[in-house]
Design a protein around this ligand. Structure first.
Ligand code: ATP
Ligand code: MG
Length: 169
C-alpha cells in the first residue's frame, strides 16, 4: 500500500483553503485537491507492505501539541500550494517523523521539508501567468499525526487514516 505521514487540517482551515481553490478555479483549470483530501504531508513513505512498522515508528513520536497558521502560498511549477507561517515546532515534528521512519527501515527521500498544502496540480491559467493568491490566515492546534493510506477507489484519489498518534497536551 501507498503510505504517508500527515497532519489533518481543521474544518476552518480546509474551508479557507477551499475558498482559495474556488478563486483559482475561476482563473484557470487543473486537478484540484478535493476539500476532504486537503492535508499537510510530513513524510512520504510510498509503496510498502510494512504498515505495522510505520505504525510502530509513528507510535514512538514524542512531541507536544502546537499551533500552526496558514500563511502565504507558492508553486512548484504547475502545482499550487498554500503555506504555513514559520514554525519551529512543525519543523521539529517533521524531522522526528522522518528519523523514526528512517530508523524503522523506510527509504525516504532526503529533500528539504517545505511545509505546504497542495491545492491544485497541473494548473493552467486561462490567460497569462499563475495568479497571485493567498488563503486567509487561519490558525489551528495540531493534536495528532496521522498515518495515511493513499489509493484510487472508483477512479477517486482517496486518503484513509490507518493510525493516529496523539501529541502530548
Ligand atoms: P497523485 O499522485 O494521484 O497526483 P497525491 O500526490 O495527492 O496524488 P500521493 O502521490 O499518494 O497522492 O501522495 C500522498 C501525499 O504525499 C501527497 O501530499 C503528496 O504531495 C506527497 N508526496 C507524494 N510523493 C512524494 C515525494 N516523493 N516526496 C514528498 N512528498 C510526496
Ligand atoms: Mg503524488
Amino acid at each position: 500500500m501507498r503510505l504517508f505521514a500527515a497532519l489533518q487540517l481543521s474544518e476552518d482551515m480546509k474551508s479557507a483553503l477551499a475558498d482559495t481553490a474556488a478563486e483559482l478555479a475561476k482563473l484557470g483549470k487543473g486537478r484540484f485537491t478535493r476539500t476532504e483530501n486537503l492535508h499537510l504531508t510530513l513524510a512520504f513513505i510510498g509503496e510498502t507492505p510494512a504498515s505495522d512498522a510505520a505504525v510502530e515508528a509513528l507510535g514512538g513520536l514524542d512531541a507536544a501539541c502546537f499551533e500552526m497558521t496558514l500563511s502565504g502560498a507558492g508553486h512548484f511549477e504547475n502545482l499550487l500550494w498554500a503555506g504555513i507561517a514559520p514554525n519551529p515546532a512543525l519543523e521539529s515534528l517533521a524531522a522526528k517523523t522522518f528519523s523514526l521512519l528512517q530508523e524503522a527501515g523506510f527509504a525516504l527521500e532526503e529533500r528539504e521539508f517545505i511545509p505546504h498544502i497542495t491545492l491544485v496540480r497541473d494548473y493552467k491559467p486561462f490567460e497569462g501567468e499563475i495568479p497571485q493568491f493567498a488563503p486567509a490566515e487561519t490558525c489551528m492546534t495540531v493534536t495528532h499525526v496521522s498515518l495515511m493510506k493513499s489509493e484510487q477507489i472508483g477512479g477517486k484519489l482517496t486518503y484513509t487514516e490507518i493510525f493516529s498518534k496523539a501529541l502530548l497536551p
